[in-house]
Design a binder for this molecule. Structure first.
Ligand SMILES: Nc1ncnc2c1ncn2[C@@H]1O[C@H](COP(=O)(O)OP(=O)(O)OP(=O)(O)O)[C@@H](O)[C@H]1O
Ligand SMILES: [Mg+2]
Length: 222
């Protein structure tokens, strides 16, 4: 059984008295431990697909099996629980809270998961160490470089031991050197910790880090 199985996934939005169809019947399987890149032109539906894969949004039609569980009919509470247990997110704009430290940012998902304070701090420190930020734990995001901020976001994504990491244009705001650092880090998480990584990118150079490239054009898989 695949970790992720999409069958005939559609997503539409209402547009006046019609429907605007964004995803037009996507079939997709992703195995545990894969490192996959999703590519395609702007507006082709990559983020829409990622949001469905990441259980942030539901398809209008079709079937989504995640680790053997049907996702498409889950309530928003059930989706939140799945996200908490299985999924870490990394975004283009880092999405860190600006007034708290790197350490506190990484602790946040565990606050939501009800982990006690001492264990929280311990695990957050370990995650920051893993991304090479041991000596920047008490800095706030605006005291860190872009690449460092993205590493904090990656630490936050892995701190709950989520087996799947979704990253939507994680290097979009970074220069080449920082992008290489971030992609090396994803590669390490994939190879050494066995995390499944699914990443959206515009750049062929970035996609080459993945084992497989999925191309989306106008809401359809090529
Ligand atoms: N909530 C929404 N309501 C209506 N249309 C939407 C909504 N969200 C996205 N769309 C439309 O869906 C299409 C696909 O958007 P999406 O964000 O998935 O593209 P993308 O492939 O991620 O593009 P980019 O590379 O620019 O990030 C776009 O045409 C967009 O306008
Ligand atoms: Mg997008």
């Amino acid at each position: 059984m695949s970790l992720i199985e999409l069958k005939n996934i559609h997503k539409s939005y209402p547009l006046g008295d019609r429907e605007l169809e964004i995803l037009k019947g996507i079939d997709l399987q992703i195995e545990q431990g894969e490192f996959v890149a999703i590519m395609g032109p702007s507006g082709s539906g990559k983020s829409t697909l990622m949001n469905i894969l990441g259980c942030l949004d539901k398809p209008s039609r079709g079937q989504y099996l995640l680790d053997g569980r049907r996702v498409e009919n889950m309530t928003s509470d059930e989706l939140a629980e799945v996200r908490n247990q299985k999924i870490g997110f990394v975004f283009q704009g880092f999405n860190l809270l600006s007034r708290i430290s790197a350490l506190e940012n990484v602790e946040l998902p565990m606050v939501y998961a009800g982990v006690g304070e001492q264990e929280r701090t311990e695990r957050a420190k370990k995650a920051l160490e893993r991304v090479g930020l041991k000596n920047r734990m008490h800095h706030q995001p605006n005291q860190l470089s872009g690449g460092q901020q993205q590493r904090v976001a990656i630490a936050r994504a892995i701190v709950n031991d989520a087996p799947i990491i979704f990253a939507d244009e994680p290097t979009g705001n970074l220069d080449t050197k920082m992008s290489v650092e971030i992609m090396d880090l994803f590669t390490k998480l994939n190879r050494e910790l066995g995390r499944t990584i699914i990443l959206v990118t515009h750049e062929e150079d970035i996609a080459r880090y993945a084992q497989r490239i999925i191309r989306i054009v106008d809401g359809e898989k090529q």
